[in-house]
Design a protein around this ligand. Structure first.
Ligand code: BV8
Ligand code: ZN
Length: 251
């Protein structure tokens, strides 16, 4: 796979890189993206409507069952070459921060360090009422049925998924960190995101405005085209390993 010489030069000269990932980075692991239609119990639901505090308050087992089904799916999937290439790239740079919108643990499982989670994690739920973190065991009911959420051992409140729902603000420490890294990076790679969810979708543009070289890795077009320096059209699991090799491991 050929890459523009100028892109490779940018990557080789870079001190600080941000890799900004969305659901597409996990697609080749077998995790459906948010663009993919939902299935099973939830097939007639829009994830936008399901991933909200209102949906959970209205029917906690229905929404908790969805996250347990997703957690079981992630547990049975493996990181894909995109996740491994990002983790490997960290060895070649003085700073590579992964700013992810994803709530799966595949970046960690691929060995990536320094991960900023803008939308939380499905693996770290907490009590809806007293916010006490709750430790999840392996999934026992991830078959796609309704599952009553656990009860908080401290206040008997309902345990809720540790993700940022639509209408909820992002964790301020993660958001501040993402802004800082975007402002200082030399190159930002936007991987597998449709760039429609805000404020996360502002990160690539902020990096560009502050002088970063902006690169997109995506099989489809997104809203980012007008701001891009380089558009690498194709699956991240193929493009990223080839890009890391071309930039850092030339024959
Ligand atoms: C906030 C956790 C305010 C949950 C997620 C109008 C009406 C209502 C709301 C709004 C509105 N306008 C703006 C808003 C706010 C809203 C928003 O942006 N809505 C949009 C959609 C209109 N945002 C929020 O509500 C945010 N909070 O604004 O709070 C506030 C402010 C102050 C104080 C209080 C409140 C919170 C947003 C976070 C939502 N939570 N996830 C869960 O996962 O269940 S977002 C969720 O959707 C995912 O995390 C992900 O981030 C997002 C989907 O985006 P992508 O990751 O891009 O995935 P997608 O499926 O869209 O695209 C996949 C891409 O991959 C595609 O481009 C595809 O081509 C590509 N691809 C496919 N295969 C591959 C590939 N790429 C590479 N390789 C491949 N193989
Ligand atoms: Zn509690």
């Amino acid at each position: 796979m050929e890459f523009p010489r100028e892109l490779l030069t940018h990557l080789q000269a870079a001190e600080k890189v941000v890799v900004f990932t969305g659901a597409g980075a996990s697609a080749e692991s077998g995790i459906p993206t948010f663009r993919d239609a939902l299935t099973g119990l939830w097939e007639n639901f829009d994830p936008m409507a399901l991933a909200t505090p209102q949906a959970f308050d209205e029917n906690p087992p229905f929404v908790w069952g969805w996250y347990e089904w997703r957690r079981a799916l992630v547990a049975n999937c493996e990181p894909n070459p995109a996740h491994y290439a990002i983790a490997e790239m960290q060895n070649y740079l003085s700073s590579l921060v992964v700013v992810t919108q994803n709530v799966d643990d595949l970046h960690e499982r691929a060995g990536a360090k320094d991960i900023v989670r803008l939308h939380g994690s499905m693996h770290h739920p907490y009590c809806r009422d007293c916010h006490l973190p709750y430790t999840l065991g392996p999934v026992t009911r991830g078959g796609g049925e309704e599952v009553p959420p656990p009860q908080c051992p401290q206040c008997q409140g309902l345990v809720r998924p540790g993700v940022v729902w639509f209408g909820e603000s992002l964790p301020s420490d993660a958001w501040e960190r993402a802004l800082e890294e975007a402002a200082q990076c030399d190159v930002l790679l936007s991987v597998g995101t449709s760039s429609v969810v805000y404020p996360a979708a502002d990160i690539p543009r902020l990096a560009k405005e502050q002088g970063a070289c902006l690169v997109q890795v995506n099989p489809d077009e997104t809203g980012l085209e007008p701001f891009l320096d380089f558009s690498l059209q194709g699956p991240a699991g193929e493009i990223l390993p080839a890009l890391v090799e071309a930039a850092y491991e030339p024959a």
